[in-house]
Design a protein around this ligand. Sequence first.
Ligand SMILES: Nc1ncnc2c1ncn2[C@@H]1O[C@H](COP(=O)(O)OP(=O)(O)OP(=O)(O)O)[C@@H](O)[C@H]1O
Length: 366
Amino acid sequence: MPRVSFERIHKTYGAVSILKNLDLSIDHGDFLVLLGPSGCGKTTLLNMLAGLTDVTDGRILIGDRDVTDLDPKDRGLAMVFQSYALYPTKTVRGNLRFGLASARLPAPEMDRRVAWAAKLLQIEPLLDRKPAQLSGGQRQRVAIGRALVKHAEVLLFDEPLSNLDAKLRTEMRLEIKRLHEELNPTVVYVTHDQIEAMTMATRIAVMNGGVIQQFGTPDEIYERPANLFVAGFIGSPAMNLKKARIAKRDGLVTGRFGNGQEIVLTDYGFARAPQDGAEIIVGLRPEYFGPPDAPVNGAAAVFDLPVAHTERTGSDATGYLRFDDGLLSLRVEPGQAARLAGGQKVRVAFPPGKANLFDAATGGRL
Ligand SMILES: Nc1ncnc2c1ncn2[C@@H]1O[C@H](COP(=O)(O)OP(=O)(O)OP(=O)(O)O)[C@@H](O)[C@H]1O
């Protein structure tokens, strides 16, 4: 299973530049998720790899092969579309076989592969049905099966789960992850759903405005976002991003918020240490706060704040505290949420080692 590389990719439509000098490379067997808001260019990038969209400038390599100008069918890829793109007049078996039509395989080999994919995706009982007689989840399995029978080196997915309901999405996420672990193809998967990215990817490229904002493992992206865009985009409820000013005195570095409260940053491990008085943005993930009014560990930053409101979403709950002119969100136990009354003052603590700091002017990680 080969590497996939994009080298200095440019894409323009008329005078509009969609992708700018984009470099990206993944190893064989990687599961790359292209993640970003609508219009960021992820589908354009996927379609270029598939051969469905021309490259304005730059090269695309699969292994050692330059595929930039190759026909889609000669690239050794298989693609699963959001719309499934099944043939309504063909049975499931016919649709799976159609995936092999261009491969010119002997009939027994075709039958063997169809049987293999049907078993793998647990759609054997459906082989003689037409797509109209299938549920959305079953159709998506057939679409995935049609890609798998090709034994392609690289599998491409374009938002394959966005037409499914929440429960089926969860099931199919696990299913696709299982297939990847079992068959280990190189995968490029486009989505704007961060849960899909976090759960399935071995590597995520977060995109915005045609530029890769960060490329890394799900953990790196979540724990060490490269800039304010990634920090705000990944995580739900979102990371708290609060303005503060650096204060240096007696060997101590602190970030002082507008409301006078402080977080000690001496041990932060700055990549680029800010000047005294510099304006920074402090990022605090809601789940790293200690429980309200619990005993405080000596190193923690302590905030005394009034409760604005709480929100319960089934197994989770979020408390919102008033902070400066905005809100600070923190994850709390659902039972505790019920006890947090609006206006009540609580004390919460945050471990400084879990803070993320950004330059307020450039948005880059400090
Ligand atoms: N054929 C085209 N002609 C002109 N502009 C286009 C064309 N196709 C896409 N674009 C523009 O390129 C940009 C990137 O589109 P793209 O479909 O790659 O985004 P995306 O990140 O996949 O978004 P979505 O999640 O909504 O599909 C958008 O601004 C879009 O309007």
